[in-house]
Design a protein around this ligand. Structure first.
Ligand code: SAM
Length: 264
């Protein structure tokens, strides 16, 4: 497949590490498994490493790119393709309106956490997502309760998505090479997550993990008494990383949030 004509200098501020290893690119596309009828959104197409493949599979491919230098090149490259829509904008401002949206991206690592949280709030519009992230972030997202990597991001994303670690991608697969290993993750929207007011859950989880080495009773003392924890079957002396996602949902639904807004 043709590369975009002139060489682009990678911009650090946009987290640009361009994929160059065709076998890795194909593995990502296979993991995503795009189908004709899917509404696909690619975050940060860059120089079209993944896009060149996606365009062959999807009838409705949306590209979201912030870089003023890359957008005209993408427009020229896909000018004749009526299955491609280019959105020159910040992915953090994306608002999905349909359901069953599928999202893919080799994400800019500098904004990956806020981007994931933005998609979490739009989970009802999303079917699934396949992303490249820093390996360490993938480990944190997928970590089960009880291990060190389990934290705010694990609770929040596991609440709405099935989180699946896929393969690791070494720095050599990119130009320029990132300093860390990367990994592919698949997040599939859960069909019936328990009801919770998401901002309240987010605030409570933030408070619960404020000091990881303290007990849950201590971290939540402004909100919840020891007796209230016991009433929910939660050991007050437990560390925040030992509580399950279901425990945090239960706590939020019963006692509201650190921000004081009532749980819904
Ligand atoms: N998909 C390409 C690849 O795999 O080679 C490029 C991936 S590069 C890691 C991240 C891409 O996201 C870059 O093209 C960058 O310009 C773009 N990007 C960075 N911040 C963005 C934002 N806030 N909104 C949309 N795109 C962004």
């Amino acid at each position: 497949m043709s590369k975009m004509s002139t060489k682009i200098r990678a911009k650090k501020k946009f987290g640009q590490n361009f994929l160059q290893d065709q076998s890795v690119i194909e593995r990502i596309i296979n993991a995503f498994n795009p189908q004709k009828e899917d509404e696909v959104w690619e975050i940060g197409p860059g120089q079209a490493a993944l896009t060149d493949h996606l365009v062959e599979y999807s009838d409705n491919l949306n590209l979201v790119e912030i870089d003023n230098d890359l957008v005209p090149k993408l427009q020229a490259k896909f000018a004749g393709k009526n299955n491609v829509t280019i959105h020159h904008q910040d992915a953090l401002a994306l608002k999905f309106s349909n359901t069953n949206t599928r999202i893919i991206g080799n994400l800019p690592y500098n904004i990956s956490t806020p981007l994931l949280i933005s998609f979490l709030y739009q989970a009802t519009h999303i079917k699934d997502m396949v992303f490249m992230l820093q390996k360490e972030v993938v480990k944190r997202i997928c970590a089960p309760a009880g291990i060190k990597a389990y934290g705010r991001l694990s609770v929040m994303l596991q609440y709405a998505f099935e989180c699946e670690e896929l393969f690791i991608v070494p720095p050599e697969a990119f130009i320029p090479r990132p300093k860390v290993d990367s990994q592919i993750i698949r997040l599939t929207t859960r069909e019936n997550p328990p009801k919770v007011h998401l901002p309240s859950l987010e605030a409570l989880v933030k408070q619960a993990f404020a000091q990881r080495r303290k007990t849950i009773k201590n971290n939540l003392k402004k909100l919840i008494t020891e007796q209230q924890l016991l009433d929910l079957g939660i050991e007050p002396k437990a560390r925040p990383e030992t509580l399950t996602v279901a425990d945090y949902v239960k706590l939020t639904n019963t006692y509201g949030s650190a921000s004081g807004s009532p749980a819904k």
